[in-house]
Design a protein around this ligand. Structure first.
Ligand SMILES: C[S@@+](CC[C@H](N)C(=O)[O-])C[C@H]1O[C@@H](n2cnc3c(N)ncnc32)[C@H](O)[C@@H]1O
Length: 374
């Protein structure tokens, strides 16, 4: 079936997700405000969930219309062929949001929309009530300036939940953001990557997954895996293809350091869980001890920034270490996500690029300091 699909993403990451979708071979229809709309089919639902590294979730766009009255909302929701997706025992719920719209009460909109779905399915299945004991179907109505977009979530727990981060530390970065930072950097699998404040190892692990071409969703399940409407053989075929696509010969040079030995123990355990412990070297060390003999490399990192952990003196020590390291190694590049606005002053140079991003709800900036050409 031809489907209009939406990959949702954190604001600022639309271009990265768009590129990922294009690399998977899909035609992009629209990319704006954290939503990348593309054309696909049931197999695309499977592939996008398995392979997207920087998106939050994959949704099926069920309808788009304008409403001013609750009765319109009810009728438009009832006109959607829900029975094509939701079986008689489907556990469906409707969630919503409303911004700058006449229908402003979210609970009322949700209730009317859900009633319409119930009525449609009651008529189709000729029953009076639903047990809702089967697979989950999360319907979302997003109302913006009276325009309603209706989507059906195919992902379940967000795509950042790869399944490997079984050991955590304070203030970990989201896996999807780490993957985007790497894809926005100069790094490729033939270059050295170092994260000297690696915490639970998210950035080195995401880099290793990219280097070895491991699908980020290969070890987890998805809401739509339980659906009858997406044939089980598609999941089987695409998982098999993803396993066959793994480049086991690739031996990238990836390093993770952290001053906290407990963080390093967590990072090692997580890398093992992700199946990439063979290509990352982790060590408990202070960043000020970091040295290299390599002519060029890329530091992609997420140091403490005071909002959640780390005191000012600790952060300044890290910046001193950057200054010394990049003074000694001018051909290395630094890519750093932080909410701390003093970094450029502390480094004594302006970033070559800055990008506003979000780590969860926290606004951060991605500073890119490019090294000299070798
Ligand atoms: C924001 S956390 C990094 C989180 C990590 N990206 C993750 O996903 O788990 C910052 C890390 O910097 C480490 N750190 C603080 N000072 C350091 C120093 N001087 N040298 C090395 N690591 C340091 C902390 O122990 C902490 O794990």
């Amino acid at each position: 079936m031809k489907l209009e699909l939406i990959a949702t993403a954190t604001f600022g990451l639309e271009a990265v997700v768009k590129r990922e979708l294009e690399n998977l071979g899909y035609k992009i229809l629209k990319s704006e405000d954290g939503k990348i709309t593309f054309l696909g089919d049931e197999r695309a639902v499977v592939r996008a969930n398995l392979w997207l590294r920087s998106a939050d979730r994959v949704q099926i766009k069920m309808a788009e219309f304008t409403v001013l009255e609750f009765e319109d909302l009810f009728q438009q929701m009832k006109a959607i062929p829900w029975e094509e997706w939701i079986p008689i025992d489907g556990k469906f719920v409707v969630n919503g949001s409303s911004v700058k719209s006449k229908l402003s009460s979210v609970p009322a909109c949700q209730s009317v929309a859900e009633k319409a779905v119930v009525e449609r399915l009651k008529e189709f299945y000729m029953v009076d009530y639903f047990t809702k004991t089967g697979a989950a179907y999360d319907i979302k109505i997003t109302i913006l300036k009276d325009r309603v977009t209706v989507t059906l979530d195919t992902t379940g727990p967000g795509l950042h939940k790869r399944g490997y981060r079984t050991h955590s530390v304070e203030a970990p970065i989201k896996e999807t953001l780490a993957a985007a930072m790497i894809q926005l950097s100069f790094w490729n699998k033939d270059r050295i990557l170092s994260d000297p404040c690696c915490g639970s190892g998210t950035i080195p692990i995401e880099a290793a997954l990219i280097a070895k071409n491991i699908a980020p969703g290969i070890s987890r399940s998805f809401a739509s895996e339980e659906w009858e409407a997406i044939p089980a053989n598609l999941w089987k075929e695409e998982r098999k293809a993803a396993f066959e696509a793994i480049d086991n010969e690739c031996k990238p040079k990836i390093f993770g350091l952290d001053i906290n030995p407990k963080a390093i123990a967590a990072a090692k355990a997580n890398a093992e869980e992700a199946g990439v412990d063979d290509c990352i070297k982790f060590a408990a060390a202070d960043i000020s001890a970091m040295r290299t003999k390599s002519l060029s490399g890329v530091m992609v990192t997420n140091p403490p920034y005071g909002e959640r952990i780390g005191d000012r003196r600790g952060i300044e020590k890290i910046y001193e270490a950057y200054r010394r390291f990049f003074g000694e190694n001018p051909t290395w590049s630094l890519f750093v996500v932080t909410a701390d606005k003093s970094i450029e002053k502390a480094l004594g140079r302006s970033a070559d690029r800055r990008r506003k991003l979000y780590n969860g709800r926290l606004e951060v900036c991605y500073y890119q300091f490019h090294g000299e050409k070798v």
